[in-house]
Design a protein around this ligand. Structure first.
Ligand SMILES: NC(=O)c1ccc[n+]([C@@H]2O[C@H](COP(=O)([O-])OP(=O)(O)OC[C@H]3O[C@@H](n4cnc5c(N)ncnc54)[C@H](OP(=O)(O)O)[C@@H]3O)[C@@H](O)[C@H]2O)c1
Length: 343
């Protein structure tokens, strides 16, 4: 059976990778690394994984595997990429280290790049927009969670030409797990409780990958809100020329009717008439919806994902499935809970 290991397995996204891989019928987990918890059982950190017979090991003692997932902070993957590629034919990195194609983008948005010559070898790991390039790839870069929500919401409009010369503003609300297990003071329970805090009013780094993947620039603001999981993107699109509602339905259905992990949620009855992070919590699903505001020549698009799943670990396993030629939904085909408390 093909094998997988996770670097950064004591973190939030690493824990989600282990949760998914534990029940993945095509991959067997070999190693889960943590420097802080080396030799301790993974259940020490991830209580939902207590039944796994697996102990954390050092990232310096990696054995050969078929696929290596990297879930460490920004900078680690680029600094150690040769060691990682030595042990695995396929590397899927969840960090931002290989998402952008140009070194100049890292100079502008990050603190530069230590291995810029490898950027052209990596592929952006969101299967809905890039599955042809992910198939067979050996270096895959998972998308950022806020970027993923935004890109999934706007791709149908980009493909239909509605974004050409449009004015675009995107507002994302995101849960505290986005900051990782070491999220710091801003993510501590008393500070986070009850907030709707504009934590990145301008210049969020995900703007760069949105522009790269959609070919348009967006005005982008991110709020930290009082939920643990979830990213909800509201995209205000002012097109040069308003499309008809039928055109919009055609664009969204055309883009997503065959996608296994995207549900269109647009109006209709009931309480949940538009995308809602709570409905997709714990799943690799995305909900996408839209509404037309003819009075203001605006199309407003809503997109909801679980940042820990579709926005990181779930997307990474989906991409690995595509890269390795497994059925795309393997290990990921489950629904969310309802009713459920704050995700
Ligand atoms: N959280 C999200 O919603 C989300 C969404 C998309 C992408 N991502 C990306 O996914 C990655 C992980 O995020 P996270 O939220 O899971 O962060 P996290 O909870 O802080 O976990 C990071 C992990 O990396 C390990 N680590 C730190 N430095 C390392 C090093 N030099 N070598 C090897 N391991 C190292 C840490 O464990 P030890 O210190 O014990 O080794 C820890 O297990 C980040 O790059 C993040 O940007 C996260």
């Amino acid at each position: 059976m093909p094998t997988a290991s996770v670097v950064g397995a004591s973190g939030f996204a690493g824990g989600e990778l282990l949760r998914i891989l534990a029940d993945h019928p095509e991959l067997r987990v070999e190693q889960a690394t943590s420097r802080q918890y080396e030799k301790r059982s993974v259940g020490t950190v991830h209580p939902n994984l207590r039944d796994l017979d697996l102990r954390f090991s050092s990232p310096e003692d990696l054995d050969d595997v078929d696929v290596l997932f990297l879930s460490a902070p920004h900078g680690v993957a680029m600094d150690h990429i040769d060691e990682y590629r030595d042990v695995a034919d396929t590397v899927v990195d969840l960090s931002a280290d290989f998402r952008l194609q140009e070194e100049t983008q890292y100079d502008e948005w990050y603190d530069g790049h230590t291995r810029p010559e490898l950027l052209s070898e990596s592929v952006y790991g969101l299967p809905e927009i890039n599955r042809e390039n992910i198939a067979g790839a050996d270096l895959v870069a998972g998308g950022g969670c806020n970027a993923t929500a935004t890109i999934l919401g706007l791709t149908p409009l980009a493909e239909a030409g509605v974004l050409d010369d449009a004015h675009l503003t995107v507002d994302v609300k995101v849960g505290s797990s986005e900051g990782g297990a070491g999220g710091g003071a801003a993510s501590s329970h008393p500070e986070r409780s009850g907030v709707v805090r504009p934590y990145a009013p301008i210049s969020h780094r995900h703007e760069a990958e949105i522009q790269q993947e959609l070919g348009v620039s967006v005005s982008f603001t991110v709020h930290a809100v009082d939920m643990v999981r979830g990213a909800s993107a509201t995209c205000h699109v002012h097109p040069e020329e308003m499309p008809s509602k039928a055109d919009l339905w055609q664009a969204f259905r055309g883009a997503y009717e065959d996608e296994p992990f995207v549900d269109l949620v647009s109006g209709g009855g009931g309480v949940y008439r538009y995308p809602e992070p709570k409905s997709v919590a714990g799943t690799n699903r995305a909900e996408i919806g839209f509404e037309m505001d003819e009075r203001n020549d605006r199309v407003v698009v809503f997109s909801a994902i679980d940042n820990m799943m579709k926005g990181s670990a779930g997307q990474a396993v989906h991409a690995a499935n595509v890269a390795l030629g497994f059925d795309e939904t393997t290990g990921l085909d489950y629904r969310g809970l309802h009713p459920v408390g704050s995700p």
